[in-house]
Ligand binder design. Structure first.
Ligand code: XIL
Length: 385
């Protein structure tokens, strides 16, 4: 499981290594083609939108180590007004044992954001699925009652939010807590003890400890037919929490797009219906993890890149028509570091091409699609400074 490497590897030379990478990045060019175009953050800023990506500070050479590649860092500096650590702020990364907190994995990313005037998002305070929890936590929660579980969850959230203070303007407070196959709340050691109150407790604790931050429920429900239960489950959770005045500001729409580009148009109406309901309840929207899983697309690179770009464009055009959507974050900018290569490889073994830049750090049609969609979007109220 990623994100736990630094807690077991507190080697200070890792930090020096990243420092060296950052210094080197200042002088690197991101390629002639990119240099001639306006940075995505500038195109986005004109419309009141933050543009950014996830970056990973994992062991060098692994999929989630984009932040350790100076060429990626150079692209991030040029293109992004916001970044989010890919795994480093997840509870399994921060809490190696009961009442122990280890922030070392995320620190270089937070420091980089500060020194470059880039906003920082936090992902996440509670990933409410047993498989993403540390063994010690699952075992400990299995042996305590509801009051102890609530106390721990509140303490954890307070600790982490206080550590980052106002640097994090937007938190994924709860990540993925609806079972896609049934639409029911995930069965986790927390929900077994606290039910849906788990979510209320998490958001209340976040509001208390990070009063100025945007608080987000983040999930990957999407437009395909098979996501119907997932969508309705998310709506139910949002409705129930609204009825209880739980402080949630926005739905994070992960946006791991998949299937074929032609599949999107016939389902856009259903998807729009879902988004309308979310917005109708008063929630804001943001893209937290945009990428395109190209598994079902033809292997031919030009054809595939064009299809990824056209799907991105159609989807972004529709979503950006909602004026409340003012943050667009990709889950990686460079194909070489995409989690999809490892987690969801193509059956034909062709290298996945889910991101706006290719393995040689060259901008792809997907980047043009994002720029064009932002260019075409109406201006909106920006995320407060
Ligand atoms: C993924 C990371 O990208 C991988 O490196 C890690 O192995 C697993 O998690 N939805 C989320 C993200 O909310 O946290 C996931 O990130 C991708 C799907």
């Amino acid at each position: 499981m990623r994100g736990k490497t630094v807690s077991s590897d507190p080697d200070p030379s890792r930090r020096e290594f990243v420092g060296g990478v950052l210094a080197g990045a200042l002088t690197l060019s991101v390629g002639a083609a990119a240099a001639e175009t306006r940075p995505l953050k500038a195109v986005a800023a004109q419309k009141g939108v933050l543009f950014g990506t996830a970056v990973g500070n994992d062991t060098p050479g692994t999929q989630a180590s984009s932040f350790r590649d100076p060429r990626v860092v150079a692209i991030v500096r040029r293109e992004c007004s916001v970044i989010v650590p890919e795994n480093e702020l997840k509870p399994y990364g921060i809490a190696p044992a009961l009442n122990q907190y280890d922030y070392s994995d995320g620190e270089p990313i937070a420091a980089f954001a500060r020194s470059n005037g880039i906003r920082l998002r936090g992902h996440n305070l509670l990933w409410n699925q047993t498989k993403y929890m540390r063994k010690w936590l699952v075992e400990w929660l299995g042996g305590v009652g509801a009051p102890e579980a609530e106390r721990y969850l509140r303490d954890y959230i307070k600790h982490v939010c206080t550590h980052y203070g106002d640097q994090i303007h937007s938190w994924d407070v709860v990540n993925e807590t609806v079972e896609p196959a049934t639409g029911e709340l995930c069965d986790s050691p927390y929900t077994r003890l606290l039910g849906i109150d788990t979510l209320r407790i998490a958001f209340e604790a976040a509001r208390e400890a990070a009063p100025r931050a945007q608080l987000v429920y983040n999930d990957y429900m999407s437009w395909p037919d098979r996501d119907e239960k997932h969508r309705s489950g998310v709506l139910r959770v949002l409705e129930q929490l609204k009825a209880r005045n739980v402080p949630i500001d926005a739905l994070g729409v992960q946006s791991h797009l998949k299937d074929r580009a032609a599949d999107y148009a016939p389902r856009a109406k259903v998807w729009k219906g879902f988004v309308d309901e979310v917005v109708g309840m008063g929630y804001g929207l943001l893209f937290t993890e945009l990428d395109v899983r190209d598994r079902d697309m033809p292997a031919d690179i030009a054809v595939r890149d064009a299809e990824v770009a056209s799907m991105t464009r159609d989807y972004l055009d529709m979503m950006l028509s909602y004026r409340g959507l003012n943050q667009v974050l990709c889950w990686g900018l460079v194909d070489r570091y995409s989690w999809l290569e490892e987690d969801k490889p193509r059956p034909d073994k062709a290298k996945a091409r889910p991101c706006p830049y290719d393995d040689a750090y060259r901008p792809k049609p997907m980047r043009e699609a994002i720029a064009a969609a932002l260019e075409a979007a109406a201006p909106r109220a920006a995320v407060p400074a």
